[in-house]
Design a protein around this ligand. Structure first.
Ligand SMILES: NC(=O)c1ccc[n+]([C@@H]2O[C@H](COP(=O)([O-])OP(=O)(O)OC[C@H]3O[C@@H](n4cnc5c(N)ncnc54)[C@H](OP(=O)(O)O)[C@@H]3O)[C@@H](O)[C@H]2O)c1
Length: 258
């Protein structure tokens, strides 16, 4: 696959997509970003041309918009060419957000990207959408150069996938944060929870379904323990409500009661 790629944006996803493409010998010819030093920051490591000027955006086969969701439509006007494929990397923004006269597509990687974290790119599922079969195949080939997992899904399904990701990653991480705060306030090391966190994920990684993996007071319908926990949380209405909501959801799932 001999395609030249331009990356628009220089945040977490731009950094990792650029690395993943280069590691798989896809030619990234330029990084465009409104803040020049962020583009410069990693472009120089790979000897890639970079710019913050729309007038300097070079001709390429594929443009991958890796800006914040809110900026996708605006940035999509910046691509000054028509004979090219422009994609974005968001899980929740429809294809119609891309506004130019070029061909349009989606190149959504389902992973949490932080610049400082190394990732196994070949394990990241990519979700592809395009306006025609030919572009679908181009994007599938591009994704398969990076990863073993690439799928074609429409925008509605992608939104459901994105929301599932919010449940397993964003919400789970927020619960880690809450537990960390509770430990910190009680002078308890968060480290003691790490074997539990690890086993929680390893159970799911093995053949146990999330339904079967559940344990704890709500699963056991143990109202005495639930009330003890709620009494600790009485002074913090946010945590009290959150604990009650999650407990009620588990009770509803296993005991069909609220
Ligand atoms: N992070 C994830 O885990 C993840 C996973 C899958 C998909 N995605 C998707 O990937 C995309 C990028 O996410 P990210 O996490 O990489 O974002 P990020 O690290 O916050 O980077 C945001 C980028 O967007 C640019 N930007 C923001 N507002 C802009 C505007 N009004 N005009 C021009 N440029 C603007 C920023 O430019 P400056 O440097 O100038 O601020 C920066 O390059 C989003 O669509 C997101 O939904 C993210």
């Amino acid at each position: 696959m001999h395609k030249n790629v331009v990356i628009l944006g220089a945040g977490n996803v731009a950094y990792h997509i650029t690395r993943a493409l280069l590691e798989n010998t896809i030619n990234v010819v330029q990084i465009f970003n409104r803040t020049l030093d962020k583009a410069q920051n990693f472009s120089e490591d790979y000897n890639i041309n970079y710019t913050d000027k729309i007038s300097e955006i070079v001709k390429a086969d594929i443009y991958i918009i890796c800006t914040s969701d809110k900026a996708i439509s605006e940035i999509s006007y910046y691509v000054p060419f028509e004979d090219c494929l422009v994609v974005h990397t968001s899980g929740s923004i429809p294809l119609s957000a891309l506004k130019g006269k070029y061909r349009k597509g989606i190149f959504y990687p389902l992973q949490t990207f932080s610049r400082k974290r190394a990732l196994e790119y070949d394990k990241i599922p990519f979700f592809i959408e395009a306006e025609n079969k030919e572009d679908e195949n181009i994007l599938l080939s591009l994704a398969k150069r990076i990863s073993d997992e690439a799928y074609v899904v429409d925008s509605e399904k992608r939104l459901q996938i994105h929301m599932s990701g919010v449940w397993v990653n964003n919400f789970t991480n927020h619960l880690f944060y809450i537990a960390n705060e509770i430990c910190r306030n009680q002078d308890i090391s968060f480290e003691i929870l790490k074997p539990l966190i690890k086993e929680t994920f390893e159970k799911i990684n093995d053949d146990i379904t999330p339904y079967d993996a559940q344990t704890g007071p709500a699963k056991r319908n143990d109202n005495i323990v639930i009330q003890k926990h709620l009494s600790i949380l009485e002074s913090d209405s946010n945590l009290y409500q959150l604990y009650s909501l999650l407990t009620n959801s588990i009770l509803k799932t296993y005991h069909d009661k609220l």
